[in-house]
Design a protein around this ligand. Structure first.
Ligand code: ADP
Length: 544
């Protein structure tokens, strides 16, 4: 033998062991469902994870059984994650904002044997319970409470369960390719599909997102994942935080701007992560309270395109660098993050801002390419101009959906994301749209995202969605559904005029509909499918 290096499987249990041993006294701050705050640390999280792993074992679960969680970001939820995956079970995170039918569908599809839930979701559980024949145990993530027991007599309480168990547990030596967690796509088309992550993919993703040119995470950070733990595992942050030993501030149910400003200022948060609608709320609350968000040196925007005005406001008014990132449930999620290179120092501030608005470039571990829509796998140039179907491959990218026999990949092994994008020679990605949101006007494509971004640059627009409305002559034409800022007198024509010097004439939307609110998905994204159902025919009724 020439000699060789040690082999150690990449396991989630090793993350929590590392955090406990080397960052044991690093705080984990958590807002409870009742609004009170808890402060614990990595050592105590690890200890409770072991106690809960013992409790799960006592339930007689077998390797790879699914355990569902329906909970906000809080420390008990975090402990339960490490207990479940660390002991060889699969942690199935569920979005509590799903409709009951969707909830029933995915719990049955996943064949969850245990459902763990925050007390606030008791009515949800009681409402669907009779449709979940294979769920054997319900565990409330809280202290014992008779009011809960009254509605759900078989319930067990997390605090009881861990109190009864030993704090020692030997994490099993699992195969690193075993499943560790399960997350369903939102199912905007058809039923939701499960994406099953492995221990290996999760650890490699944690390294990937922590890199300096990704989110640049370290033991100096105080990290606030506003993105819920049920939205692609809070983008992997609870794992990466244990890997690098950062403090976590878990916001519980308080995702409104004012609550977030308070958490950021009280706990000196250095990095926070969320979808654009979250930042909109935060910026409005910061402005109102006069907070300068002093500790926060960067924020991560993903899930939907970052409106240009937002990036500018964070930098100019709060001295906070916005990292624009792209990904999806099928990609764990990080596919790209926006950090400039040394050569970009020479660019003018304007050019830098332009580049920072793109979705960034892939970290080592994933690869991106563009395929032609018409010719299937024909590859397109990386010239920063040509747009095509974005495809991805890598260590933390899906191969097949949960319970499906067939591969989810192209014949040559890439995953087609359903996004339309361009890439430049450095790999900077620019998403022009989701293929299903593109507007096909007289045979030409119009990007709904570009038109939304422009509308949101208007000082009197709070939020805007652009949809493809059916049109008798052009097939589809853009229509803006917009929410004005309070007290604005802005008119339809004024907003349409605003587009005049910013896009080609044929791309100017046909109509503006002002609304009081725009429906958001469970993960805080604008529900354009619903808007399309509601307003998709407005031009047929009165073509312009
Ligand atoms: P869903 O949006 O269906 O709930 P995902 O969270 O998996 O499910 O969403 C992934 C999709 O979100 C991507 O395919 C892309 O269309 C969109 N997306 C994510 N990040 C960005 C971004 N930074 N800019 C534009 N679109 C994004």
């Amino acid at each position: 033998m020439l000699g060789r290096m040690m082999y150690q499987p990449l396991l989630i249990s090793s993350l929590i062991e590392h955090a406990a041993r080397y960052h044991g006294d690093t705080p984990i701050i958590s807002k409870n469902t009742d609004g009170s705050m808890s402060s614990t640390d990595w050592a105590a999280v690890a200890e409770n994870a072991k106690r809960f792993a013992n409790a799960l074992q006592a339930l007689g679960l077998e390797q790879s059984d699914r355990v569902a969680t329906i909970a906000w970001n809080n420390h008990r939820h975090l402990e339960s994650w490490y207990a479940i995956s660390g002991s060889g079970l699969v942690c199935h995170t569920i979005n509590p904002r799903l409709f009951p039918e969707q909830l029933i569908f995915i719990i049955n599809d996943a064949q969850d044997r245990v459902v763990i839930f925050d007390k606030t979701f008791l009515p949800l559980i009681v409402g669907v319970k009779q449709h979940l024949p294979q769920v054997e145990h319900f565990i409330c993530l809280d202290a014992p409470d008779d009011a809960v027991r009254e509605k759900l007599p078989e319930v067990q309480f997390y605090d009881d369960l861990i109190a009864a168990q030993s704090k020692t547990f030997d994490w099993p030596e699992l195969d690193e390719n075993m499943a560790s967690s399960l997350c369903y796509t939102s199912g905007t088309t058809g039923n939701p599909k499960g994406v099953l992550y492995s221990h290996r993919s999760t650890l490699l993703h944690s390294y990937g997102i922590s890199l300096p040119d990704s989110l640049n995470l370290s033991a100096k950070d105080v990290m606030l994942p506003v993105v819920p733990m049920f939205h692609v595992n809070a983008w992997g942050t609870p794992y990466a935080a244990a890997m690098v030993g950062s403090t976590l501030v878990l916001p519980g149910p308080g995702l409104d701007g004012a609550s977030l400003v308070q958490l950021i200022d009280n706990y000196k948060v250095t990095v926070a992560l969320g979808v654009p609608t979250i930042w909109q709320g935060l910026l409005a609350a910061a402005k109102q309270s006069g907070s300068t968000l002093e500790s926060m040196n960067r924020n991560v925007v993903g899930g939907s395109a970052c409106p240009p005005a937002m990036l500018k406001t964070f930098k100019e008014q709060y001295n906070c660098d916005t990292i624009h990132a792209w990904g999806m449930t099928e990609t764990s999620p990080l596919g790209s993050a926006n950090q400039l290179k040394a050569k970009h120092e020479l660019l003018s501030p304007e050019e830098k801002t332009q580049l920072r608005l793109s979705q960034g470039r892939p970290p080592f571990g994933v690869d991106l390419r563009l395929a032609s829509a018409e010719k299937g796998t024909d590859l397109l140039p990386r010239d920063g101009q040509t747009t095509g179907n974005l495809q991805i491959k890598g260590h933390w990218i899906i191969e097949r959906y949960f319970g499906k026999e067939e591969s989810a990949l192209t014949s040559d092994g890439w995953f087609d994301t359903g996004d339309i994008a361009s890439l430049n020679s450095d790999g900077f990605l620019h998403i022009s749209d989701r293929s299903k949101d593109l507007i096909k006007s007289g045979g030409e494509w119009i990007s709904s995202v570009e038109l939304e971004n422009l509308a949101m640059c208007h000082p009197e627009i709070a939020m805007a969605a652009v949809i493809a409305a059916s049109h008798p002559k052009w097939d589809e034409r853009p229509v803006v559904i917009a929410m004005k800022v309070p007290d604005s007198q802005l008119t339809e024509n004024e907003l349409l005029d605003y587009y005049a010097d910013k896009v080609a004439k044929w791309q100017i939307p046909d109509k503006v509909i002002f609304v009081d609110s725009i429906p958001l998905s469970g993960t805080g994204k604008m529900l354009k499918k619903d808007l399309r159902e509601q307003y998709g025919q407005v031009l047929m009724e009165a073509p312009v």
